[in-house]
Design a protein around this ligand. Sequence first.
Ligand SMILES: NC(=O)c1ccc[n+]([C@@H]2O[C@H](COP(=O)([O-])OP(=O)(O)OC[C@H]3O[C@@H](n4cnc5c(N)ncnc54)[C@H](OP(=O)(O)O)[C@@H]3O)[C@@H](O)[C@H]2O)c1
Length: 310
Amino acid sequence: MDNSISIENRFLHAIEMGLGAWQWGDRIMWQYGHTYFDEDLKALFDICIEEGITLIDTAEVYGLGKSERLLGRFIAETQPPVLVATKYFPFPWRMTKKALHRALRHSLERLNLEAIDLYQIHFPSPVMSIDRLMEALVEAAAAGQVRTVGISNFNESQTLAAYSALARNNVPLASNQLRFSLLDRTIEKNGLLARCHELGIRVIAYSPLAQGILTGKYTPENLPPGNRGLLYAEKITKCQPLIKLMTQIGQDQGGKSASQVALNWCICKGTLPIPGAKQVEQARQNAGALGWRLTDEQVEALDEASDQVN
Ligand SMILES: NC(=O)c1ccc[n+]([C@@H]2O[C@H](COP(=O)([O-])OP(=O)(O)OC[C@H]3O[C@@H](n4cnc5c(N)ncnc54)[C@H](OP(=O)(O)O)[C@@H]3O)[C@@H](O)[C@H]2O)c1
């Protein structure tokens, strides 16, 4: 049986940036419902679409389903086509392919869609083999419920295993979603980024602003709220020279912000960043990372400064 997916598999390679939707409905990490509300999310979604940012990344677990539900609602109220990427979470009690098919059906219901453009496995499963997970994705593709398939947080050997398992069924592995920013260059240093490029797997860069730290607004005196304050306290102190350089480079580029420099750097490295946002102004500013390029010398200088922090 030919299980090839009909959507142009390389569609992600034509996309420079997307929008992350973890913030949509998440109270614990992001304070949804305290500092921002549904109307803020709708406004920033609209701005992104207006700016041509049409790939939205969500997951069944974001806001316990709220993120997918909001996205489904916003899409229904929008004219231009939106590309939806969502994720299956391999909880340890999900031991069979059936579990993935059930979760996928629930995602489709929440999103109010017949098919998902990119369906990703959020993490490798502690109980299901990669072969088994990929078989389930192939079946979902054959059933027309997903147009392309991807993985997330897979290391090099896991990525190769997923790539080969899918290739045996003529289904390409479209993407690997990985943490990547000027504050975390692990995948660049351990060869995973290069290996993905070699295999034509699009690397989707998550937390490209290091969860807000690379915007420059947080300082040792002004730590981010919640978990991030604890998580990043030391890095925030260490990364101030990097932030200073980013700000300087932004000025040299005609008034770009540190956030725009951080996102443009991800693009220059051949990845597709998906910054999250809570307010319309954040999304508008992030959209300004497109339409220009850092020079090779600027990328090199940023690499050197980031090496001092990492
Ligand atoms: N696959 C995975 O395991 C995984 C893991 C994490 C994330 N993701 C995906 O990647 C997306 C992005 O990652 P992320 O949300 O962790 O972090 P991020 O994109 O690096 O940072 C987002 C946060 O930075 C702040 N921010 C964004 N733009 C700003 C601007 N222009 N000016 C000032 N502040 C700004 C906002 O928080 P404050 O205003 O509160 O500072 C926002 O919530 C997620 O939404 C999700 O879709 C995937």
